[in-house]
Design a protein around this ligand. Structure first.
Ligand SMILES: [Ca+2]
Length: 273
């Protein structure tokens, strides 16, 4: 009887050990599955990041003025205004709006060099989402400084406007026939429904870097002088008031720094020159 009992205990012990080992094996198998799932998830995330975060022009950030900016990559940049660009910089995706400029004035008490006739301004930029107009070069620079940015150099502006394309007439390519899909300029057709005013910023298709209204809507102030005589500052991109010639990425216009109008605005960039 004692022998039988001993055998029974032995078998019980063996079965118990077997079951414990079985549970451990199962647990290890589950752990392996979890590890594999984690590895696969990490791989998927890696692929997603590589697809969305590393392309030229990607890397969108928000700044103090809550304007989306886009990274313009360092390249041996193609422009017709001098040497390549040897640094990354960020550019506002849209032109600075009436609402953003009003916030600047309210928060800082800044007084524009030429007092703004708001009644006149609202005829052409009637809401906070329309681009700021009647703004001089100095005032545009003051706004950029307030948000920790600066006006683009002419070279930066043109390189960004090209959106990664090389030797093309417009930010979208050479086809003038589709200009009204990308730009608010004189007349109407397609997306361009604004004949006598600016359009809310971002109403038209972006270029290859995700920048809206680089051509059209309002001319945009750049940092530099127009010529060696240093009388006029550079304006780029054309406006709602002009024909398609001004939309060309290489087209240069100018104004006295104090000059303002219902066709002129700006956007900011961030990054070392
Ligand atoms: Ca513009």
């Amino acid at each position: 009887m004692k022998v039988v009992y001993s055998v029974f205990k032995l078998r019980l012990k063996y079965n118990l050990a077997y079951r414990i080992n079985a549970v451990k094996r199962k647990s290890n198998a589950n752990m392996q599955k979890v590890n594999m799932m984690i590895q696969r998830l990490a791989l998927v995330l890696l692929v997603l990041v590589s697809l969305t975060g590393c392309k030229d022009g990607a890397g969108k950030i928000s700044s103090r003025d809550e304007v989306e900016m886009v990274r313009i990559p360092m390249v041996s940049g193609y422009t017709k205004v001098g040497d390549p660009i040897y640094h990354d910089f960020y550019m506002d995706v849209t032109e600075v709006t009436v609402g953003q400029f009003k916030k600047f004035l309210k928060d800082t008490g800044y007084e524009p060099k030429k007092p703004i006739d708001w009644e006149e301004l609202y005829k052409y930029s009637p809401t906070d989402d329309h681009p700021m107009i009647y703004v001089g070069w100095v005032d545009a620079g003051a706004y950029c400084e307030w948000v920790g940015k600066r006006l683009p150099t002419e070279k930066e502006w043109e390189f960004a406007a090209r959106g990664g394309l090389v030797d093309k007439e417009f930010p979208w390519g050479d086809e003038e026939s589709i200009a009204r899909e990308y730009a608010n300029f004189k007349g109407v057709l397609g997306r361009d429904q604004w004949d006598r005013s600016t359009a809310p910023v971002g109403s038209f298709r972006p270029n290859g870097y995700g920048l809206h209204d680089m051509s059209g809507n309002v001319w945009e102030w750049c940092q530099g002088w127009y010529s060696e005589y240093k009388e006029y500052r550079v304006l780029r991109g054309g406006s709602w008031f002009d024909n398609s010639v001004g939309l060309r990425v290489a087209y240069r216009s100018n104004s006295a720094p104090a000059g303002t109008g219902n066709y002129g605005g700006f956007r900011c960039v961030k990054g070392s020159k």
